[in-house]
Design a protein around this ligand. Structure first.
Ligand SMILES: CC(=O)[C@@H](O)[C@H](O)COP(=O)(O)O
Length: 263
């Protein structure tokens, strides 16, 4: 039974989006992509545009093709709206896709997105016909503005990129889910363990995007499997209805009357 979701009218059978940076070698990248069964693979534009990637981008393209996955070029490394728009236009030519993962960094220490440049870039790219997937903070007002600007999807951070800290602010992520029930929401970045991905899915997120936790694992292929399973488990739990947590004990076996009298 498939449980797909849609981005801009395109159904995606996998809710696990994977990044292609930082693998020990291109072969392991290809095997991890296969194990993940992802349908959407990100590719860093700055890396490929600058060349010298030792075959990683070519391997990412081949791995995507082998399993019918789409490419999602990203603007990682951009510091302004103008730079991001320029890079997105290059990506459209290079990869023949109008989908773009929009990243505009505002702080070097946390790699936190710059909300002002992000919104400016998103508005411009939507006008240019792109399907824009912005990597953003979990700020509700910013997220609303990005949707109003025409973004197809929102990708709030779980934690800073590469930190592996998991969901640092579950309250904010839960609030986003509750306040934007119609939006396609994907937790992006900072997930370090499969349990973090499951937690995001249990909150009702449509998908997760991660890179470092798989690429830097001792065994990236096994880790890709683990995340794939965790994403599915979290999704199933959400659909089944996760019980609300409470501050008091409730006996799981109600006791009434006197069932047995031992003599
Ligand atoms: C691959 C990609 O698009 C990254 O920019 C993304 O944010 C992943 O973050 P992690 O490496 O923390 O999973």
């Amino acid at each position: 039974m498939t449980d797909s979701f849609e981005i801009a009218g395109v159904p995606l059978a996998s809710r696990f989006l994977l990044g292609t940076a930082g693998y020990p070698n291109p072969q392991l990248l290809a095997e991890a992509v296969k194990a993940s069964q992802t349908q959407l693979l990100t590719v860093g534009l700055k890396r490929s545009a600058q060349g010298g990637d030792n075959g990683f981008v070519a391997m990412a393209l081949a791995a995507a093709r082998a399993q019918g996955a789409r490419l999602l070029p990203n603007t990682a490394g951009c510091r302004s709206a103008a730079e991001a728009v320029q890079l997105a236009c290059m990506a459209r030519e290079l990869y023949d896709t109008a989908w773009i993962k929009l990243e505009v960094t505002g702080d070097e220490h946390t790699l936190q997105p710059d909300p002002f440049e992000l919104l400016a870039a998103a508005s411009e790219l939507v006008k240019l016909g792109f399907t824009v997937l912005p990597y953003c903070t979990d700020d509700l007002v910013l997220c609303r503005r990005l949707l109003d600007a025409g973004c197809a999807v929102l990708m709030p951070w779980g934690a800073p990129i590469g930190s592996g800290q998991g969901l640092l602010n579950p309250w904010a992520l839960r609030t986003l889910r509750e306040r934007l029930p119609e939006a396609v929401l994907i937790v992006d970045a900072g997930l370090g363990a499969p349990s973090h991905a499951a937690q995001a899915m249990e909150l009702g997120y449509d998908a997760v995007l991660l890179n470092s936790a798989v690429a830097q694992a001792r065994d990236p292929v096994r880790m890709a499997h683990a995340f794939r399973d965790a994403v599915r488990a979290g999704r199933q739990a959400y659909l089944a209805g996760v019980m609300p947590a409470q501050d008091f004990a409730v006996p799981s076996t109600p006791v009434s009357g006197h069932a047995f009298v031992l003599s």
